[in-house]
Design a protein around this ligand. Structure first.
Ligand SMILES: Cc1cc2nc3c(=O)[nH]c(=O)nc-3n(C[C@H](O)[C@H](O)[C@H](O)COP(=O)(O)OP(=O)(O)OC[C@H]3O[C@@H](n4cnc5c(N)ncnc54)[C@H](O)[C@@H]3O)c2cc1C
Length: 452
């Protein structure tokens, strides 16, 4: 039987989790077969060329952080670390309607003092509002969100009440972090996951709080280099390929039938598909130990891509306060084309439950009106091109109680492992969670093959 039909590991799903697993397994010298049902790799992180302008457009702007250690390792492995820019110190500009901008900048001190002194200088807050942030700082030092049952049982709002956070702190800081990092609203999100995010970003190394921004399209950053790496290591990638049947014997996957009629007998299998696709590849998820998949519910993200005839935004990116648009990214500037040709902006609406059914016209009009509130010059700028991308199942909603339903990487089938941002990474659905799960499965595959 050929290596392709009898690989050390068959990976189903070519998103970031599957790619990270495939790259790590390949680097261990294992033979890899990667299947992807779509004609392209990348899953929920991909980009394409916009025909009218030639710009690279992401399915949705992705931000990473210095605390994404596994992702940064992945980027180094696939030789794409130079495709991202990493802030030296955290810096986020917040804009308020008709009131200009204020910037949260970390100072040059070891973490967490760098961020906390930065917060204390945030001039959108009064002195007493800033001092009340210290309560959060103290809580972060003493609480372990992974084991704290109380945090796991309350929402972010309830936790902020307990921390006596004034309205301004929520509006100018916590709400933005929460919707941006966890993709849902503070009266739904689990406080434990929020605390985990804050601790990962603000504690440990100083670099952890820095924002990491792709300098080119997501496919160029996360996907193309991974595919090259896998192929260079004799791995095989089949696009437009799914599986029709999985045969098990003695709690072990034996044969996997592909939709082209081929049968593969892998030594191990990593499923790297999202929770909502699991029933398509395993008739009875409960047979592999997966119960309660229906407890994970999706949260949408809308991306509004606009090309203007006037360059009215100077910053690379800003967070908007009190707006249905949460973030604006100046893609022209990020791509090194500030002031050249049209100005390309990518706007992000996270947790977009209320707007997801709006049509393109409504969303574009709303976006232009909103931008005028924050950048008066936008009123004399015309939109030359526009594009809306709705990702209805962008992430699972990190609601209170959801953690108990996220499965571990191991299953009740000895040679079958689960990767994906929805597995029990203890992080929200993020690139970092996806990469960590892929690496974890690669380690489990190695251990299985050593003892087989
Ligand atoms: C608009 C948007 C913005 C986001 N912003 C951020 C951000 O700023 N920062 C951040 O860290 N994260 C962000 N995320 C989340 C991040 O994109 C995801 O967490 C991550 O991409 C998930 O990767 P994954 O590999 O687990 O799943 P996926 O990317 O969903 O990959 C799964 C793959 O499996 C394939 N598949 C499914 N069924 C089969 C089958 N039967 N056979 C073969 N293949 C199959 C799918 O086609 C897909 O390619 C964002 C997501 C979206 C959509």
């Amino acid at each position: 039987m050929s290596k392709q039909n009898n690989p050390d590991v068959l990976i189903i799903g070519g998103g970031v989790a599957g790619l990270a697993a495939a790259v790590d397994c390949s680097s261990r010298g294992l033979s890899v077969l990667l299947l992807e049902q779509k004609p392209r790799l990348g899953g929920r992180t991909y980009s394409f060329i916009h025909q009218e302008t030639g710009d690279e457009v992401d399915n949705g702007q992705h931000l990473m952080m210095g605390c994404y250690h596994s992702t940064l390792k992945f980027l180094r492995l696939i030789d794409r670390i130079n495709s991202v820019s990493i802030q030296k110190n955290l810096s986020i500009t917040f804009r308020r309607t008709n009131q200009g901008a204020s910037t949260l900048s970390a100072v040059n001190l070891p973490a967490p003092l760098n961020v906390f002194f930065g917060l204390l200088r945030l001039n959108t807050l009064t002195i007493s509002e800033r001092l009340s942030l210290l309560r959060i700082g103290l809580e972060l030092i003493i609480r372990n969100s992974d084991s704290n049952k109380h945090l796991q049982s309350i929402t972010v709002d309830q936790w902020l009440d307990e921390m006596k956070q004034p309205t301004a702190n929520r509006k100018y800081l916590w709400n933005i972090i929460s919707i941006g990092a966890l993709n849902d609203v503070t009266d739904k999100i689990s406080a434990a996951l929020f605390v985990k995010v804050l601790k990962s970003a603000f504690f440990g190394k100083k670099i952890n709080s820095s924002i990491v921004i792709p300098k080119c399209g997501l496919s160029s950053v996360l996907v193309d280099g991974a595919a090259e790496f896998i192929q260079k290591h004799q791995g095989k990638i089949l696009l437009d390929t799914s599986i029709t049947k999985t045969e098990m014997l003695n709690s072990t996957v034996q044969n996997v039938h592909l939709d082209g009629g081929e049968v593969v007998s892998p030594k191990t299998v990593i499923s790297a598909v999202p929770y909502f696709d699991i029933p398509k590849i395993f008739d009875k998820p409960e047979d592999i130990g997966l119960k309660n998949l229906d407890k994970l519910v999706p949260s949408p993200i809308i991306s509004i891509h606009l090309w203007f005839d006037v360059h009215f935004m100077e910053e690379e990116f800003v967070a908007l306060i009190d707006s249905p648009i949460h973030w604006v990214f100046n893609k022209s500037k990020i791509y090194g084309k500030a002031h050249e040709g049209l100005m390309y902006l990518a706007l992000v609406i996270s947790g977009a439950h209320n707007l997801i059914e709006n049509d393109k016209e409504q969303l574009v009009q709303m976006a232009h009106k909103e931008l005028q509130q924050f950048y008066p010059t936008a009123s004399v700028a015309a939109i030359v091109h526009s594009l809306i991308i709705k990702e209805k199942r962008a992430t699972f909603s990190p609601m209170v109680g959801v953690e108990q339903f996220r499965p571990s990487n191991e299953t009740s089938i000895k040679n079958l492992f689960l990767a994906g941002d929805w597995t029990n990474t203890k992080l929200p659905a993020t690139i970092e969670g996806a990469v960590q799960s892929g690496f974890a499965c690669s380690e489990l595959v190695k251990q299985y093959l050593q003892h087989d």
